[in-house]
Design a protein around this ligand. Structure first.
Ligand code: PMV
Length: 334
């Protein structure tokens, strides 16, 4: 049975231990496990509607609520994922898909994670199926966006690296209620990043630093799990900063190199150093982009916001925090 229409809202996530480098890029099989915090406010909303056409229709909903052409790259990734989902769900239906992000897309705030998690959840619902978050996680990463595997769950989420089960799901490590951490996102570039993460994953093993990081990840994962269990921000901070630096060291030393940072990135990192010297516990991480995620407690959040808002090179500051994960909505985009 298919419903006429379904809409899902799925959040972005910020990786504490990174997925960077794939054994199999098309199936998003990682070289390492990864661990992230699911966000609450940076979300994609996706409506999927059954249509009586021979082809899927893909639309982007802009800030004014208008449906616009999403561009060839995005549309072809969505179509490819719909074809995969049709096979997996055993349906021949064609769909009209409309997607909206409430934050800058493709700028290192995991818009493909939230976008493909929302698309997967809405398509499953419109096909009349009910799947648990683990099953949704497996389906979402078939989009080729590995981090989408983590956006189908809330709180703190680990995506294991399991050679014996390379298509396995992500799993929740702790709920959002366990530790109400904040993520202040300092946006230093609102545009699309010049090199998509797919290219970064492909090039990562060409870096001489790649093998070193592989050997360090198991211990970092354990430290991150422990820090989350103990709500130990300093312990977590050490891990996330090492992991973000390593992702970017590897990107910068890949062949050909990828430079995601800009001047604003450095301004924000220096602000973090200064804040820490004044006794404000705030730690940073970055995904594949120039924007910086500042992880802190609720008590420190407004101090952090004030300091980064004062930087000329910071274009926008987003207040986010750990959230409960995706959900189906009763209101639709189309
Ligand atoms: O989800 P993908 O395949 O676009 O990879 C994104 C990877 C990073 O966001 C850079 C790191 C991570 O683990 O989320």
């Amino acid at each position: 049975m298919t419903a006429a229409r379904a809409t899902a809202e799925a959040p972005a996530n910020i990786a504490f231990v990174k997925y960077w480098g794939a054994r199999d890029l098309d199936h998003a099989v990682p070289w390492t496990a990864s661990l992230s915090m699911t966000l609450r406010r940076c979300c994609s909303v996706c409506t999927v509607e059954v249509i009586e056409l021979d082809e899927d229709l893909v639309q982007w909903v802009n800030r004014n609520g208008e449906c616009v052409d999403p561009g060839v790259g995005f549309a072809s990734r969505v179509r490819a994922h719909l074809a995969t989902l049709r096979r997996r769900l055993g349906t021949a239906a064609r769909f009209r898909v409309a997607t909206r992000n409430n934050f800058p897309s493709s700028a290192g705030i995991a818009s493909s994670a939230s976008g493909f998690a929302a698309l997967t959840m809405a398509t499953v619902a419109v096909a009349g199926r009910r799947l648990d978050p683990a099953a949704l996680s497996v389906l979402a990463r078939m989009s080729g966006s590995g981090s989408a595997a983590r956006s189908t769950l809330g709180g703190f989420v680990e995506w294991p690296e399991d050679i014996s089960n390379p298509q396995g799901p992500a799993a929740q490590v702790a709920t959002a209620d366990h530790w109400p951490l904040c993520d202040v996102i300092a946006v230093t570039d609102q545009g699309e990043k010049a090199v998509p993460s797919r290219q970064g994953h492909r090039r990562a093993p060409t870096s001489p630093l790649f093998a070193t990081r592989l050997s360090l990840v198991p211990e970092r994962l354990e430290q991150a799990r422990q820090a989350i269990r103990d709500r130990d921000l300093e312990g977590l901070g050490r891990v996330i900063e090492s992991e973000a630096l390593d992702l970017h060291y590897i990107a910068m030393s890949s062949q050909p190199p990828i430079y995601y940072w800009n001047g604003g990135t450095i301004d924000v990192l220096k602000t973090v150093q200064r804040l820490r010297k004044t006794g404000c516990p705030v730690f940073w991480t970055m995904d594949a982009g120039a924007n910086v995620h500042l992880i802190c407690s609720q008590a420190e959040r407004e101090t952090v916001v004030r300091e980064v808002e004062a930087l000329e090179s910071v274009r926008q500051v987003i207040r986010d925090e750990v959230g409960p994960g995706p959900r189906l909505l009763d209101t639709h985009l189309i």
